[in-house]
Design a protein around this ligand. Structure first.
Ligand SMILES: Nc1nc2c(ncn2[C@@H]2O[C@H](COP(=O)(O)OP(=O)(O)O)[C@@H](O)[C@H]2O)c(=O)[nH]1
Ligand SMILES: [Mg+2]
Ligand SMILES: [Zn+2]
Length: 315
């Protein structure tokens, strides 16, 4: 039988079949993924093959195969450890919720998040939330940012989760897909999810999540079916992306507008810093690409501000 993992506790997995039945499953044998030192072989979102086994009067599924992942997100299981924990797999869409204030989302954060989503190969969408609370000046800043990111190719939507404004546009993007919601604490993730699916009743408080983070407990994601043919993956205590290790040389590939220019640089290993005849620097001088994006890129390449600090995303 085939199914998708909806929940995992470390040793037990809840698997849903295409017919809609849920099975408690365990793993048979060892699963070693190529190149991944992971504490958990199977994660939420994984597509697995299992068979029903009976021990005494106990019936449960035994997973013996896992299908290739389209993508997956990881975090280090413990600070500084090389072991990783796979948070979730096969994610179609990640929404980054952004607010101008309460809390302020800096463009450097947005850019690191987007670069990470490119590295993970997950499509990212920007949701500018709380537009009901902005004055004219703030609204024009939102419009400016949305235009900036749309030009690069990212879908941007201004919404008010609280008032339900433009939430139907978010729903439309989610149809038939598995999505995740990320963003700083307080941007309105729980509020939006409650509006999308009132029956989920996610708490708007973050206390339990903070508690979990403080203890460095391994937390597990969970997948939920929504009533309108969409699924969301919730990641308690992480609320975001985790981190992905990037080599200096590849960071530019995760900034689509820089990647596009790269072949026109004189040196094919150009880092777009101080090299001569750099197409990125020329495009900057002509205002063809954004300075704030370039600044974020340079910060990531030069390792300023402790870029890969654990929990950088989703705090
Ligand atoms: N004005 C306004 N406030 C919002 C909006 N969405 C959420 N909030 C408020 O922002 C605070 C944090 O929301 P919450 O959903 O808990 O954020 P989370 O930490 O991302 O889950 C709460 O007080 C919400 O009522 C919105 O669209 N407009
Ligand atoms: Mg929340
Ligand atoms: Zn260059």
């Amino acid at each position: 039988m085939k199914g998708t993992v909806y929940k995992s506790t470390g040793s037990w997995y809840t698997v849903k079949t295409p017919e809609g039945d849920f099975y408690d499953c365990r793993i048979k044998g060892k699963f070693r993924m190529k190149g991944i030192k992971s504490t958990n072989p199977i994660a939420v979102g994984d597509k697995v093959v299992f068979e029903i086994e009976q021990t005494g009067d106990e019936t449960y599924g035994v997973i013996f195969e896992i299908e290739d992942r389209k993508n997956y997100i990881i975090r280090k299981s413990v600070k500084l450890s090389k072991q990783t924990h796979i948070i979730a797999a096969n994610i179609d869409l990640v929404f980054l919720m952004v607010t101008l204030n309460n809390p302020k989302t800096f463009t450097t954060f947005i850019d690191r998040f987007l670069a990470t989503s490119e590295a993970y190969d997950i499509r990212a969408v920007l949701l500018f939330n709380k537009i009901d609370s902005y004055n004219e000046e703030e609204l024009s800043e939102v419009k400016y940012l949305a235009a900036l990111y749309r030009k690069i190719g990212y879908t941007c939507i201004g919404i008010s989760a609280k008032q339900g404004l433009h939430v139907e546009k978010v729903k439309k993007l989610m149809l038939g897909k598995t999505s995740m919601f990320s963003g700083h604490s307080g941007v309105g993730k729980s509020t939006l999810i409650n509006v999308l699916e009132p029956s989920l009743q996610l708490k708007t408080a973050e206390i339990s999540e903070q508690h979990l983070q403080g203890l460095h407990t391994t937390t597990f994601a969970e997948m939920y079916d929504l009533s309108f043919d969409a699924r969301i993956i919730d990641t308690p205590g992480i609320k975001g992306f985790g981190l992905v290790a990037m080599e200096k040389e590849e960071i530019g590939d995760y900034f689509p507008e820089l990647f596009e220019l790269k072949e026109r640089c004189k040196f094919n290993n150009c880092l777009h810093l101080d090299e001569p005849k750099c197409a990125v620097k020329e495009a900057l001088d002509e205002d063809l690409i954004s300075w704030s994006r370039y600044k974020s890129y340079v910060q990531m390449v030069t390792g300023e501000e402790d870029t890969y600090r654990i929990d950088e995303f989703g705090q």
